[in-house]
Design a protein around this ligand. Structure first.
Ligand code: ADP
Ligand code: MG
Length: 499
């Protein structure tokens, strides 16, 4: 057997898919996890982010699915809607040679009724968030009797986010004869407890290879931080935390940056301060509905929004990479949340900076800093801020428009729109150059296109009045139009609320 995927015991059609996707060889976690999963064993797999865990469980799940039976055979639990979406897309990609395969996405923030209808028609695999899955199980919409395999993906994050009870309840609904696999980037003790409660004689596998810089892999149990992140902390005067935030933003030039707060109320405060000063900023917290959240993330990823202020719960599991800068307005209570927060900088071979504002509640340095250093085994450097300017002046220097602006178009995949159609309309009738068009994000019923900011108003108008594939679609510009000041039109002040 010359093909390394074939050697793991995968069937020919899945081996072919890995070739079509350009996977030359299985990653370490895939090599370790696929054979025992194919053999039906329970499994605990630990391996860092980006190491291919989805295919490690997805390929065996697909190898075992019986397409003739229209019943739920595989279920994946994910901590966030974004992650569930990623896993679903990956399963569909890997399942491209499974004709008629139905993978359902069962997540919160979307109408239950449509999900129920889909389940009634029958699905083979489902990916979802614990709360919504439990809801469907409780109401009998999801019939688990034919289930063979359940996967807890990003188990550490599910526990961090307080899903322990929901996860346990979901598992209690499932047949006892099922296979249970658990994947995680870290292995805190609470995961061991969960595993003991719900697994039988599980195999443990680890997938970490030495990191790119040739360092030894992190010891068992410690979270993996991508290499190339410069970690710093500052201790401002009492009450000068926001001033310090502004000085940090000014000191480290960035195209886009993420600011983390421990509370929704702090998010609101920071967003109000920065947006009043004319910065390109928006919030990401638990109060946004699915659509608002998606819209903010699209703008952030496509270069139409430079700063995002988030809470841990809302910010976890975001599919964002290669940020120049992450700032912690405050250190998180749970040190492992620190790793999740700053892990978004410096990916894809670029260096990033992570700065924590670490003033202790009673003065001095925040003690949580030491907890973080102990957990990661990496020192965090002290940073002196020497910007003599008053806060207002610093803020004014930061008020820069993002490069791009986002046009929302009221049509998507269901209207058979494709990226090429939009690119064609923009470079044709609207008269933009190819390099003035950025990311095109197609959803089912809506599309977001990034265009060069100075051309955005004209481009939106041209799209709105023109035709795409002989049809008219409403096109509107999102966020703040170029040159205006004050909060973006879509911004609602969520108000102070209790901390
Ligand atoms: P994790 O869940 O460990 O964070 P993912 O499953 O999201 O990682 O995989 C990260 C990326 O690697 C995905 O884009 C995936 O398509 C790709 N990938 C997975 N397996 C392989 C492989 N064997 N060779 C090359 N790329 C792979
Ligand atoms: Mg994953």
């Amino acid at each position: 057997m010359s093909n390394p995927f074939e050697a793991l015991g995968l069937p020919a059609e899945l081996v072919a898919v890995t070739q079509e996707l350009g996977y030359e060889a299985p990653t370490a976690i895939q090599t370790a996890a696929i054979p025992p999963l194919l053999a039906g064993r329970d499994l605990i797999g630990r391996s860092k982010t980006g190491s291919g865990k989805t295919a490690a469980f997805g390929l065996p799940m697909l190898a075992q699915v019986d397409l003739n039976k229209r019943s739920l055979q595989g279920l994946v639990l994910c901590p966030t809607r974004e992650l569930a979406g990623q896993v679903m897309r990956e399963l569909r990609k890997l399942g491209r040679r499974h004709p008629g395969l139905v993978v359902a996405e069962l997540i919160g923030g979307q109408p239950k009724r449509r999900q129920r209808e889909l389940l009634e028609r029958g699905v083979h695999l489902a990916v979802g968030t614990p709360g919504r899955l439990l809801d469907h199980l409780d109401h009998g919409a999801l019939d688990p009797r034919g289930l063979r395999t359940v996967v807890l993906d990003e188990a550490d994050r599910m526990l961090d986010m307080g899903f322990e009870e929901e996860v346990s309840s979901v598992l209690k609904h499932l047949p006892r004869t099922r296979q249970t696999a658990l994947f995680s980037a870290t292995m805190p003790e609470r995961i061991e407890v969960l595993a003991r409660q719900h697994q039988h004689n599980a195999v443990r596998v680890e997938g970490d290879e030495p990191s790119a810089s040739g360092e030894a892999p992190t010891p068992h149990g410690a979270p993996d931080l991508p290499v190339g992140i410069r970690q710093l902390y500052v201790v401002p005067e009492r009450g000068a935390e926001l001033h310090a935030l502004c000085a940090v933003l000014a000191k480290f030039p960035h195209e886009s940056a993420l600011v983390f707060c421990n509370f929704k109320a702090s998010v609101a405060e920071v967003v109000a301060l920065l947006s009043e000063a004319g910065l390109s900023v928006d919030r990401l917290d638990g109060d946004l509905d699915q659509f608002e959240r998606d819209r903010v993330l699209v703008r952030f990823r496509n270069g139409s929004l430079r700063l995002l202020v988030a809470t841990d719960v809302a910010g976890r599991g975001l599919d964002i990479e290669g940020l120049d800068l992450v700032v912690n307005l405050e250190l998180p209570q749970d040190p492992s949340a620190y790793v999740h927060r700053i892990g978004r900088t410096g990916r894809a071979g670029r260096d990033g900076v992570a700065v924590s504002i670490a003033r202790g509640a009673h003065g001095g340095t925040d003690r949580r800093l030491t907890d973080v250093e102990e957990l990661t085994g990496q020192p965090i450097e002290a940073l002196a801020l020497d910007d003599p300017r008053p806060q207002g002046a610093v803020l004014r220097s930061l008020a820069r428009e993002p490069r791009m602006a986002t046009i929302q178009i009221a049509g998507g995949r269901r209207d058979k729109l494709r990226a090429g159609d939009l690119l064609g309309a923009l470079t044709g009738e609207a008269g933009l150059e190819g390099d003035e068009v950025g990311r095109i994000d197609l959803r089912d019923k809506v599309t977001f296109v990034a265009v060069a900011r100075q051309r955005a108003v004209a481009a939106a108008k041209a799209l709105d009045q023109g035709r795409i594939k002989k049809r008219r679609f409403r096109a509107t510009l999102l966020g703040r139009p170029a040159g205006s000041r004050g909060p973006a039109p879509g911004y609602r002040d969520p108000g102070g609320g209790p901390r």
